[in-house]
Design a protein around this ligand. Sequence first.
Ligand code: VTB
Ligand code: MG
Ligand code: MG
Length: 322
Amino acid sequence: MDFEREITLELVRVTEAAAIVSSLQLGRGDVIAVDKAAVDAMRGMFDYIDVKGTVVIGEGEKDKAPMLYIGEKVGNWSKDSPELDIAVDPVDGTKLVAYGLPNAISVVAACEKGHIPFIPTYYSMKLAVGPELAGKLDLNSPLRENLKVAAAALGISVNELTVVVLNRERHRRLIDDIRKFGARIKLISDGDIAAAIATAMPESSVDIYVGIGGTPEGILAAAALKTLGGEIQIKPHPVNDEEKEKLQQTGFDLEKVYFTDELVGENTIFAATGITNGEFLSGVKFHRRKAITDSIVMRSRSRTIRHIVAYHDLEHKTIPLK
Ligand code: VTB
Ligand code: MG
Ligand code: MG
């Protein structure tokens, strides 16, 4: 039996639990509480899953958080269970949840052990697209060229294209250029996993995601784009000499662009649950002691994508809901 077939639906329980508990912190302005709630719930739910998991992308990377740090073992490690790499972002868009804003999601991905590269920089330049544009654009090409090729491939004009960009000072020039070349822009304040994935969702209203954001978020987006038939290209973007040296010491080519297939294994599974309303997932809703969650879960081997709405009776939950 394929390992993913066994645990695909289990993974959605992990993101559902994280989404529910972190959404209880909605709008309270407490980013730590948002992340902690999600991390604890994820970790607890993993204990029920028959898997020997090792976290390769986690929460503890930047700030040495106590939970779900890189190298941590998750799952119940039962005999004969599959050994997998696990990548998590318990909340992508912690600030969005803390301030009651849209587009926050909870994310988990898994693939065969040893198939997620370790890229020693926090930021990367990224370019993500859906299936119609996969293989057609090039992160190293001038932006104007990419926009032209994209519009032609979609059979529309550049001014009908929609590009998503993180609203940051570092993107001032990028944003000015996109405007100059005539495409539409959707600026987001956070949460570029969802933005990159949205380019490949059939019902989505965005065509291209571009800009500098977290490297882990790029890899997690790759895990979904693999099944969706979209593509992400990422190029590590060291922000200081230390990061640059680390890259060079580990034999990295500073000009290397990683493509989807180099970022995740052939058999990858991905689950995400909306925490607040977004482009393709609704946020957690509470109604008469029930929490309603909206999730997607997919596996690349079969390319099945499931959209799961679940009703959780909060009186009967095994996860602590405080
Ligand atoms: C990026 C992006 C994430 O935070 O990491 C961003 O990939 C951080 O960028 O989705 P800044 O350091 O410029 O704030 C998110 O938006 C949320 O984790
Ligand atoms: Mg994140
Ligand atoms: Mg996070």
